[in-house]
Design a protein around this ligand. Structure first.
Ligand SMILES: Nc1ncnc2c1ncn2[C@@H]1O[C@H](COP(=O)(O)OP(=O)(O)OP(=O)(O)O)[C@@H](O)[C@H]1O
Ligand SMILES: [Mg+2]
Length: 238
């Protein structure tokens, strides 16, 4: 089976400073892969490097068979990669409906866009009831739902989520992870970065531990939850 995403010996950084060193992993179709790691480990940098928001020094980033390591971000969107950054990215002064329309701006065929919008609103009843509301007036969790819904309008193959649960109340955290599962049910491959280690791994298929810009451990998510090193360093157990 061809991986949706294959990252091969990736090294990248900011200016002269190398952050990511020789990172290798794959995300298979219909799979959720979660990267965990301490603050400053390079998790966000990894997603940014894949989305070509910082220069790649060496290595390859493949979507299917296609090498995308030198492609601009708008080309990556067209190729099927969606990226939801760590900090909120809804347009607060636009309505839910207008935000969704922004997510579909690369879709040329109006009929296709209308069909996708209807389908997405059916998946997210919270949004459907309030399409005319300003996005900035929604709770943090609801804004995350909107970001997730918005990515679906471009029908991506891979969705990258940087800490989708950050700053949310526990109930909202569960709702967001339910939605990440929902994305997998839609056939999407997911690459997620999370600090909410236990909950994130429990919805994931695979996981990786990033330390100082390298992926040290990679395994099935269920095995990582039981891994003694992960428990000690990331689940606060001794
Ligand atoms: N724009 C930037 N310019 C220079 N250095 C940066 C920049 N952004 C991040 N860094 C550095 O890169 C390293 C990795 O940062 P990154 O944001 O990827 O960590 P992270 O694992 O996502 O952390 P967190 O869990 O806090 O979000 C850090 O040492 C950080 O200081
Ligand atoms: Mg980060």
């Amino acid at each position: 089976m061809t991986a949706v995403l294959r990252v091969n010996a990736l090294s990248a950084g900011y200016g002269g400073r190398v952050i990511l060193q020789d990172v290798n992993f794959e995300v298979q179709p219909g799979q959720i892969m979660t990267i965990i790691g301490h603050n400053g480990a390079g998790k966000s940098t990894l997603l940014r490097a894949i989305f070509n928001l910082l220069p790649v020094r060496s290595g390859g980033i493949f979507l299917g068979e296609r090498d995308l390591s030198r492609e601009a971000s708008d080309r990556l969107l067209l190729a099927g990669i969606a990226y939801i950054p760590q900090h909120r990215s809804v347009f607060p002064r636009l309505t839910i409906e207008e935000n969704l329309r922004m997510g579909g701006y690369l879709v040329r065929d109006k009929a296709v866009l209308a069909e996708r919008t209807a389908k997405v609103l059916d998946l997210f009843p919270v949004l459907k009831q309030r399409t005319g509301q300003l996005a900035g007036m929604m709770s943090g969790g609801e804004q995350r739902m909107l970001e997730i819904a918005r990515t679906l309008l471009q029908d991506p193959k891979l969705i990258m989520l940087d800490e989708p649960s950050i700053g949310l109340a526990p109930k909202m955290v569960d709702a967001v992870f339910d939605n990440v599962r929902l994305l997998r049910e839609q056939g999407k491959a997911i690459l997620m970065v999370e600090q909410n280690v236990k909950k994130a791994l429990s919805v994931s298929d695979r996981g990786g531990v990033m330390e100082l810009g390298s992926l040290h451990i990679q395994d099935q998510a269920s095995r990582l939850i039981g891994d003694e090193r992960v428990a000690r360093l990331y689940l606060g157990k001794r």
